[in-house]
Design a binder for this molecule. Structure first.
Ligand code: IFM
Length: 404
């Protein structure tokens, strides 16, 4: 087992965001996609985090978090090939510096779904030079803030990127060419590997991983065909890529949200929930046991695990608190059974732009009134703070009752 550095917080209590979903005012492949009327609405100024970041960061201390996951926007840093926007880098450095000054460990994501327009127009990650372009961007980011950042996610949810953009086609580039999925996964694995080595060469003590979106796949019926279909989904979506990149990850980042049912009816089908299920506003089932199900097979990799995302889109904040508590209980149990889970990042710190679904889904611990952009601390956020406070120096973590 790779040892967790003893000078780091034993458990990272965090929340996560991504640049495109909160910053506002970007110009990237997504804003072009939105301008073409794809998706529900344009991201526009989002929650205007780019200008309000320092007042927004007060919420990190208010909630008692000791870590924060955010992403750098490649299109902002390098809007044209080789042309660096130093102002943008200065602002990201100021963010990382603020976090250091407040003893909050930054976990930086380098790619969270968006691409600079010039990369996208050249064919995105399929371009034969894409790994070199990404490497140049990573080096630029390291020059600017590498001394302040100990933890990196190179690519967020590679498989989601592939499926949404190249199989279902509801995200840019909007392709429905399944046969491109496999070469793209290989390409993403290669790009991750290049980024991994680039970071480790410059900062050998930094920890680098990916955020894998893992789903608890179950068969829809007990038929052998549905069981085999569930196994196939597990292999294709959760396992194959993980094995491929495992030699190049210091920790395993897990984004877990829900269960899905695999069904065979003249082809592969995924069903989101059963009629009686408790669900989010996006129809995703609340299924905390699924977190244990996706974590258990990771034991064989003998690496620390960080829950890089977990959260629920809901306007019912008591459901958010319940979701949080039930998933944290699973984390505690998994730790008690020997899994080295070293952090939990709630998705998300703020309500934000949920890609093709627009602004309607409410994932935030902090709510946003989009008419005024006023921020409101939701009760679930305070419950999270209470859980964090109760767990200082505790292993495994526990979830105290609200009255404790
Ligand atoms: O909002 C997204 C995030 O960008 C990536 N993981 C899943 C979240 C909820 O859909």
């Amino acid at each position: 087992m790779t040892a967790w550095p003893s000078h780091w917080q034993p458990f990272l209590w965090g929340a996560a965001t991504s640049s495109h979903q909160i910053e506002g005012g970007q110009h990237n492949d997504w804003t072009e996609w939105e301008a073409r009327g794809r998706g529900r609405e344009p991201s526009g100024i989002a929650i205007d985090h780019w200008t309000r970041w320092d007042s927004d960061f007060q919420y990190l201390t208010l909630l008692g978090l000791n870590s924060y996951r955010f992403s750098l926007e490649w299109s902002r840093i390098e809007p044209e090939p080789g042309h660096i926007n130093h102002e943008a880098l200065d602002r990201y450095r100021a963010m990382a510096g603020w976090l250091r000054d407040h003893q909050i460990t930054p976990l930086v994501t380098l790619h969270h779904f968006t691409l600079p327009v010039w990369v996208a127009r050249a064919g995105g990650f399929f371009h034969p030079h894409a790994h070199q372009w990404f490497q140049r961007y990573v080096r630029t980011a390291l020059d600017a803030l590498g001394d302040l950042v100990p933890l990196y996610v190179t690519i967020n949810e590679p498989l989601v990127l592939v499926v949404m953009g190249y199989v279902i086609g509801v995200w840019p580039p909007g392709e429905q060419r399944v046969f491109r999925a496999f070469p793209l996964m290989d390409r993403l694995a290669q790009i991750h590997q290049v980024a991994y080595h680039t970071i480790k060469e410059r900062y050998p003590e930094a920890w680098v991983g990916l955020a894998h979106h893992l789903i608890a796949f179950h068969p829809w019926t007990l038929s052998p065909l549905d069981r085999a279909t569930a196994r196939l989904f597990r292999f294709l979506m959760n396992e194959r890529f993980m094995r491929r990149v495992n030699p190049y990850q210091d920790f395993i980042g897990v984004n877990y949200y829900t269960r899905q049912y695999a069904h065979w009816t003249r082809g592969l089908r995924l069903i989101q929930n059963r009629p009686q299920a408790i669900t989010s506003d996006l129809g995703w089932e609340l299924y905390p046991d699924g977190l244990q199900e996706v974590l258990a097979p990771l034991a064989m990799f003998q690496k620390p695990i960080i829950i890089t995302e977990n959260g629920i889109a809901t306007t019912d904040d008591s459901l958010r608190a319940r979701y949080l508590e039930e998933h944290l209980r699973v984390v505690g149990k998994a730790q008690a059974h020997g899994l080295a889970i070293r952090g939990y990042f709630h998705w998300s710190l703020f309500d934000n732009f949920e890609w093709a679904e627009g602004f309607a889904p409410r994932f935030g611990l902090i709510g946003i009134d989009y008419a005024t952009l006023a921020r409101t601390v939701r009760p679930a956020a305070l419950r999270y703070r209470q859980i964090i406070e109760a767990n200082r120096n505790r292993w495994p973590i526990t979830v105290p009752s609200p009255s404790e």
